[in-house]
Design a protein around this ligand. Structure first.
Ligand code: PLP
Length: 381
């Protein structure tokens, strides 16, 4: 891809000036751009309109919580005010929850905004960024759009991040290594001890970005964050979002935790009073809402089983997904799957990986998954 100056790049919509034939709304929809030739072709010809079951964005079908809805309604009268105080207040609440000083917390309009800013900050001066693949690509896309080279390490045969291989792939000019645990698109999770020791070793060599967007889908006893490591090195950034378990994707709020010096570098490329009053209020009301998280986790597990049982029966391998998304090899042409599922009212994603096409399916409600399995079976029969 052609490298662009920062100014030119900001003027263009993401991807347009770099030769990707995509529309801005399409990019917005997918956040990180098309993941396959099949998606490019599908979106170029797709007719919009009919309401679909959205199994393509890893959203929470049960959110926002009642507490969040109430908080949003109540804050509307403050909509004429910049949210300086509320920003500070939420930072403090998050800091207390995460066990860090508020100066270690940076909020954004979704963690996507912070991934973009980090990609820009660490991609501007060239060198390399490194990640497992497939993964959530937003940060690397932006780093690459600046002038960094993106090195990728394949997942292992269980569709899990291979942390040993990732560590070995760090080079002297690797500016940042990104990982996502549990991973998107696979929903797979790697044991905390292995990830922690990877972080400790890798952060001696380069900046490590730990994306924990889906961590709360794990049982509480398994939700071991890498946040504590930010206390001993400026070389770790941990990101979290309110878009997934908390069900606030449309309200746009997320955060990163890192040493204040590291946050300063990221903050150069963003807006200091993002996110909005409504998002801040919803996030504050949602934080620590254990009942809502538990309900989502339980319903999601039941709905996921509908799909994993079907895939097992059809001998389509998807590893051991733990979150609200899973990934398996497409049993026929990706473009045909996208088009025929669309006609039946379902949206999923198709990824290109290792010269094959793969289906990425988000977990909806139990009813949606039952209907999806039936439709998918007809499509691939
Ligand atoms: C792994 C991962 N990180 C970050 C994001 C960005 O989410 P948001 O910007 O809504 O916080 C997503 C969205 O799907 C994701 O899957």
């Amino acid at each position: 891809m052609e490298n662009l100056s920062r100014r030119d790049w900001f003027k263009s919509s993401l991807g347009l000036a770099s030769g990707l034939v995509v529309t801005t709304s399409f990019v917005n929809q997918l956040m990180a751009g098309p993941a396959s030739e099949a998606e490019r072709a599908f979106f170029a010809s797709r007719k919009m309109g009919q309401k679909k079951v959205r199994l393509n964005s890893n959203e929470n079908p049960y959110g926002p919580s009642e507490k969040a809805k109430k908080a949003v309604t109540a804050i509307l009268t403050e909509g004429n005010r910049y949210a300086f105080n509320e920003l500070d207040d939420l930072k403090k609440t998050i800091a207390a929850k995460e066990g860090v000083d508020p100066s270690y917390v940076m909020l954004g309009a979704g963690s996507g905004e912070l991934l973009v800013q980090t990609g820009i900050a660490f991609g501007l001066e060239g060198g390399r960024v490194l990640s497992g693949y497939p993964t959530f690509t937003l940060l690397m896309n932006y780093a690459q759009q600046m002038s960094a080279q993106w090195d990728k390490v394949d997942l292992n045969e269980k569709l899990e991040y291979n942390y040993d291989a990732l560590l070995s792939a760090i080079q002297s000019d690797t500016k940042l290594v990104f990982f996502c645990n549990p991973n998107n698109p696979t929903g797979t999770f790697v044991d905390t001890a292995a990830v922690k020791s990877f972080c400790e070793e890798a952060s001696k060599k380069t900046l490590v970005y730990a994306d924990e967007a889906y961590l709360e889908f794990m049982e509480p006893s398994q939700q071991k964050s890498m946040v504590a490591l930010t206390q001993s090195t400026p070389n770790i950034i941990v990101s979290k979002t309110f878009s997934k378990i908390y069900g606030l994707a449309g309200l746009r709020i997320g955060y990163i935790i890192a040493h204040p010096d590291t946050l300063k570098k990221v903050a150069k490329f963003g807006d200091t009073i993002s996110p909005s009053q409504t998002a801040l209020a919803a996030a504050k009301a949602s934080l620590g809402d254990e009942d809502f998280m538990k309900m989502t986790r339980e319903k999601n597990a039941v709905a996921r089983k509908v799909l994993t049982d079907y895939l097992a029966q059809r001998k389509m391998y998807c590893g051991d997904p733990k979150t609200n998304v899973l990934f398996f090899q497409a049993p026929k042409s990706g473009q045909e799957i996208l088009t025929q599922l669309d006609e039946k009212g379902f949206l999923i994603r198709i990824w290109d990986y290792q010269q094959k096409e793969w289906c990425r399916v988000s977990i909806g409600t139990q009813d949606e998954m039952k209907q999806f399995v039936k439709a998918f079976d007809e499509v691939v029969a």
